[in-house]
Design a binder for this molecule. Structure first.
Ligand code: NAD
Ligand code: WQD
Length: 341
């Protein structure tokens, strides 16, 4: 199949490109490099032996997006990763987030209608559930008011997709990711956080390598066994594979409805301290951390009910927390040895 991956130079996109190539699909990438480095394309080629076609432009630009579709025919599915994702920045610059995340999606959907591209996989997030009342959280749990403009773009995007699917001619799957961490086993691709990381895993690896002095653990007074907050961390390669099966499901006419949503997690909740202990165990290092107050907007615990994804997609996360933390560390070390990434 010929698949367009928007944001394919980014963290999850690059891992998904590799898995699509491994499964024998032809990949085209569109990215504007607003949060990624073109060198990643060479790294993808080193892993898979195939250099994907890449076009660099901004999907906010409808004319350029249309132009792309006039030149590339036979695209059977689009995996749409391109978006901004920093929760804190979205609070400071809401319009930047609404414009990029929503206009890019609208342009993609408009071109799917105009150029008869039938299938879309969309990057959604467990953030749509807020703090769920029942855990593990299932796909039919109510969507709660978003805690940030970023989270709101995911909720609005799902609604835009639903309304567009209702007009016919397009099928879609929203994958609601839990907490993706880790890197490809080759340590050739991984996460490239710009500036001070907001997320736990890159903060841990940057602290361990000496870029950051100390990790702050945000709160140990939650109602959890060790008092720190619980998340469902998922290895980025497992997450990437979920995209391959999702797009194949639609192309092979196996969808049960025109817009489906799947939780993509492991189903296991781990606390912040458990992640730190896994990192220390797998690397043999001691991490410098201290307990500080809670971070505003954080939920106490969330982890996925993965039954629907396991049974319907025939997909299951396979990698353990130790594999996630060790691969993240191997990537951090590789990054530290490179000046070009
Ligand atoms: P990333 O920033 O590494 O990748 C996004 C890519 O999209 C980047 O390469 C960026 O340059 C590109 N991009 C952004 N706006 C663009 C535009 N207007 N035109 C063309 N390219 C554009 O992020 P990621 O972690 O790989 O996330 C991918 C998707 O998954 C995003 O939609 C994100 O919101 C979603 N998501 C991420 C997480 C997470 O924790 N990483 C969790 C849930 C959902
Ligand atoms: C995980 C846990 C923190 C940093 C965010 C977005 C979500 C999704 C994934 C995109 C929490 C704790 C963190 C640190 C810490 N992104 N922590 N010290 O907040 O679950 O989700 O990223 O869609 O939408 O909200 O992930 O990695 O930031 O935090 O103690 O320096 O680690 O409090 O409990 P989060 P995270």
């Amino acid at each position: 199949m010929k698949i367009l991956v928007t944001g394919g130079v980014g963290y999850i996109g690059s891992h998904t490109v590799v898995e699509l190539q491994n499964a024998g699909h032809e990949v085209l990438i569109v990215d504007n490099l607003s949060n990624s480095n073109i060198e990643v394309v060479n790294q993808i080629e080193k892993i898979s032996g195939i250099k994907p076609l890449v076009e660099i432009f901004d999907l906010e630009d409808l004319l350029l997006t249309r132009d792309f579709f006039t030149r590339h025919h036979g695209i059977e599915g689009i995996i749409h990763f391109a978006a901004f994702k920093a929760v804190g920045e979205s609070v400071e610059h809401p319009l930047k987030y609404y414009r990029n995340n929503l206009v890019s999606l609208i342009n993609i959907l408009a071109c799917m209608k105009e150029f008869n591209v039938p299938n879309l996989v969309f990057s959604s997030s467990c953030t749509v559930y807020g703090q769920p009342e029942i855990l593990p959280v299932t796909e039919d749990a109510p969507v709660q008011k978003a805690m940030s403009p970023y989270g709101n773009t995911k909720q609005i995007s799902e609604e835009i997709i639903l309304d567009t699917v209702h007009t016919g001619g397009i099928k879609a799957i929203a994958l609601r990711y839990f907490n993706p961490i880790g890197a490809h086993e080759s340590a050739l691709i991984g996460e490239l956080p710009l500036g001070v990381p907001n997320n736990l895993m890159p903060f841990i690896t940057q602290t361990a390598i000496g870029i950051r002095k100390e990790l702050s653990v945000f709160g140990n007074d939650y109602n959890t066994p060790d008092g720190t907050a619980i998340r469902d961390y998922i290895h980025v390669v497992d997450l990437a594979k979920a995209h391959v099966v999702a797009v194949e499901r639609m192309v092979n006419q196996r969808s049960k409805s025109d817009f489906e949503m799947f939780n993509v997690g492991t189903g296991n909740g781990f606390s912040v301290l458990e992640v730190i202990h896994s990192f220390e165990r797998t690397t043999g290092m001691k991490l410098n951390y201290k307990i500080v107050g809670r971070r505003a907007g954080d939920v106490e615990k969330v982890y996925a009910d993965t039954k629907f994804a396991n049974e319907e997609l025939g997909w299951k996360a396979e990698k353990s927390l130790d594999e996630m933390t060790l691969s993240a560390w191997n990537w951090e070390k590789a990054l530290n040895n490179k000046s070009n990434l």
